[in-house]
Design a protein around this ligand. Structure first.
Ligand SMILES: [Zn+2]
Length: 276
């Protein structure tokens, strides 16, 4: 957690002093400022922890939020970290980063590090739409995976990627023109835009004798893996070169995925702008 209350005012962990009294804005219990040389400064609940705001947050997630927040603030945009939105659906009524455009369009950037089920991501996305806030979901990808990927110059290929359902859902959330899922490679503070393709597996030829002694031939074809996807990553992009825009999508429902319709936000890469 990067923001706590000090005498009813929001204070960021990076600006907080040890020894003062801090309160969790979610549950009202007192929290402790943790600050060291390696870990990002943050607030932590004392055990036993019963607060939903304290659950499932990794150091990587906190680093990611802070990185995006600092980069947007450096552009003089109105931006808030862990912004409380009391009308938002879900246990945690905070947007990771909330930025307001000069024209007043509010955009929530949600960095998803842990798993989230499809019902929850759907409900939260629809809730943002109802509040008139554009949402962008960003995944996180480790530098190790990037280093192991095949380098094709302006993109990288991870041949076997175990895409979680929410990642595939997010990839198809933007309107068709701006499809894709953005990933933050937080160790190097840069972004990639991903697309999933089928991963084909070769099934080699073989033969065996059936119960009547007849030779049966199998294999010699490729099949689509259910477990793996190819992940094609365009980039890298620096945080400072990404623009944020408005996007509109239609409601849609299919066998596996269902999408709400409405206004959302999209990230715009410099290469998109050059195409126009
Ligand atoms: Zn709490």
């Amino acid at each position: 957690m990067l923001v706590a209350l000090k005498a009813d005012l929001r204070i960021e962990a990076s600006e907080a002093q040890k020894g003062d009294k801090y309160i969790c804005p979610g549950c009202g219990s007192s929290v402790v400022l943790k600050r060291g040389r390696i870990r990002i400064a943050h607030f932590s609940h004392r055990p036993p922890i019963n607060c939903s705001w304290a659950r499932g947050e990794t150091i990587a997630h906190m680093n990611g939020k802070k990185m995006l927040f600092d980069s947007l603030r450096a552009r003089n945009l109105a931006v808030e970290i862990e912004a409380v939105l009391s009308n938002l659906t879900g246990a945690d009524r905070r947007a990771d980063v909330l930025v307001t455009s000069p024209r007043g369009f509010r955009v929530a950037i949600e960095i998803q590090h842990s798993n989230i089920d499809l019902d929850n991501i759907f409900a939260r996305t629809r809730s943002y739409m109802e509040l008139g806030i554009g949402v962008v979901w960003i995944g996180m990808i480790s530098g190790d995976l990037i280093d192991e990927a095949e380098d094709y110059g302006n993109c990288r290929l991870i041949e076997r990627y175990q895409a979680r359902p929410w990642e595939r859902w997010v990839c198809n959330l933007p309107s068709s023109k701006s499809k894709g899922i953005w990933y933050l490679e937080y160790e190097r503070a840069r972004l990639w835009r991903g697309q999933f393709e089928k991963h084909e597996i070769d099934v080699p030829d073989s033969s065996f004798r059936d119960e009547y002694g007849e030779e049966v031939y199998v294999g010699g074809y490729t099949k689509t893996s259910k477990r793996w996807r190819e992940l094609w990553l365009e980039g890298p992009f620096q945080l400072s070169e990404i623009r944020i825009g408005r996007d509109v999508r239609k409601a849609w429902s299919g066998d596996f995925f269902e999408y709400p319709g409405g206004v959302l936000a999209k990230l715009i890469a410099p290469s998109d702008i050059n195409l126009r």
